[in-house]
Unconditional design. Structure first.
Length: 266
């Protein structure tokens, strides 16, 4: 059967009911990216959608080079925002372990590695295509580990990464997460931070089908403060209408105060 014989609404219904995008595409002998393009790229929260609908269809990462993508984002002022964020932290002049959550195209990781030569950067994403892209193109491969992982269960192989990172960045990620994944991610981020480690957190707040969890900033602060994290400050980055929150992990010993009930009020 040809893809052009298919009714796009039927395809959308099948994709949104949770059927595999790859399996449906195979029925029509089509590439999954072409299938999604044909039916208007309906959003569904899955690593498959992030592979085909986000990384390949939206960001065109199969054809673009890192430099092309970097320039596109440079023109949009993306790196100015990151420079402003990184102005908010001071790092010692010795090796520092940094974790970038949901690394996508590796741009925040790149900006961090470019600015701070002493960091070893770990980065993961739950999209295999994003991971492959970063593994292929990240400009500082000798200082990076890049792997596939979900932020609700952070580990590197057998290593649970407890108390490992002096800095964690979670930028433009929480708004993409279903509530249960988000709740666990809050706990996991706290777990992998080292005592006194710093979290830089910012949610994207532009309306978009994949932004399924945009929250008011007060709730975001409340949720991350309900684990062993102390809120330090909040700074708006005015040109982009986004807000950076800075937290510090409190030393081990403080009782675990995670209160998932406060999340259900959203
Ligand atoms: C807007 S991008 C993040 C941008 C990136 N942090 C940066 O600053 O350059 C959102 C990313 O979150 C990833 N993502 C969504 N759910 C995830 C999960 N459960 N675990 C890890 N990554 C996830 C998506 O695959 C996507 O690459």
């Amino acid at each position: 059967m040809n893809l052009t014989d298919a009714n796009p609404d039927d395809l959308i219904a099948r994709i949104q009911s949770g059927e595999s995008i790859e399996t449906i595409a195979a029925e029509y002998g089509a590439d999954p990216v072409r299938l999604l393009d044909y039916c208007g790229n309906p959003f569904v929260y899955s690593s498959e959608w992030y592979d085909y609908g986000y990384h390949l269809l939206k960001c065109k990462t199969d054809t673009a080079s890192f430099e092309e993508i970097r320039l596109q984002y440079e023109e949009k002022g993306y790196f100015k925002k990151l420079d402003f964020y990184f102005d908010q932290i001071q790092l010692p002049n010795r090796p520092v372990r940094w974790l970038e959550i949901g690394c996508h195209l590796g741009l925040s990781a790149y900006a961090a590695a470019r600015r701070f030569p002493q960091i070893q950067i770990d980065m993961f994403d739950f999209s295999q295509k994003a991971v492959e892209w970063c593994q292929r193109t990240f400009p500082f491969p000798e200082r990076a580990r890049i792997w596939r992982c979900s932020c609700d269960h952070i580990h590197f192989g057998d290593d649970p990464l407890n108390d490992q990172y002096q800095v964690v960045t979670c930028l433009d990620v929480t708004e993409h997460l279903p509530k249960e994944v988000y709740i666990n991610a809050v706990r996991e981020i706290c777990r992998v931070l080292s005592p006194y480690g710093i979290l830089l957190l910012q949610q994207g707040n532009i309306p978009s089908p994949s932004h399924i969890n945009v929250m008011n900033e007060k709730s975001l602060i409340e949720h991350f403060s309900s684990v062993n994290l102390k809120w330090l400050d909040t700074k708006p980055f005015v040109p982009k209408s986004v807000i950076l929150h800075k937290f510090q992990k409190t030393p081990a010993g403080r009782p675990f105060e995670y209160k998932p009930t406060s999340l259900r009020k959203e």
